[in-house]
Design a protein around this ligand. Structure first.
Ligand SMILES: [Zn+2]
Length: 82
C-alpha cells in the first residue's frame, strides 16, 4: 500500500461521513461540511477499483471518501451473494 492510501484510510476512520447507495455500485458520500462526491466501483479480474469525483480522485489519488464507500460496497456485495 502507498502512503497516500494509508493516509486516506486513516482519515476515513476519523471523519464521520454518510454514504448513500445510488445503485449500480455507485455511492454518494456526504462529508461533515456537506460536500457530496460520487464514488464508483468496478471489479476487474477479482480486484476492486474505485473512482471518486473529488479533486484528489480526479487526479487518480486515493482519497478518504473511497475507503468509506468501499466498506458499504463490501457489505452490499456480500449480501447480494457475490
Ligand atoms: Zn474523494
Amino acid at each position: 500500500m502507498t502512503q497516500n492510501l494509508i493516509n486516506a484510510i486513516e482519515k476515513s476512520k476519523r471523519i464521520k461521513m454518510s454514504v448513500r447507495y445510488l445503485g449500480q455500485r455507485q455511492y454518494l458520500v456526504i462529508t461533515p461540511a456537506n460536500h457530496q462526491y460520487t464514488v464508483r466501483f468496478e471489479t476487474q479480474e477479482g480486484l476492486r477499483y474505485g473512482r471518486c469525483t473529488c479533486k484528489a480522485g480526479a487526479k487518480g489519488l486515493a482519497c478518504y471518501h473511497l475507503p468509506k464507500a468501499a466498506l458499504v460496497d463490501t457489505a452490499i456485495q456480500q449480501m447480494s451473494g457475490h
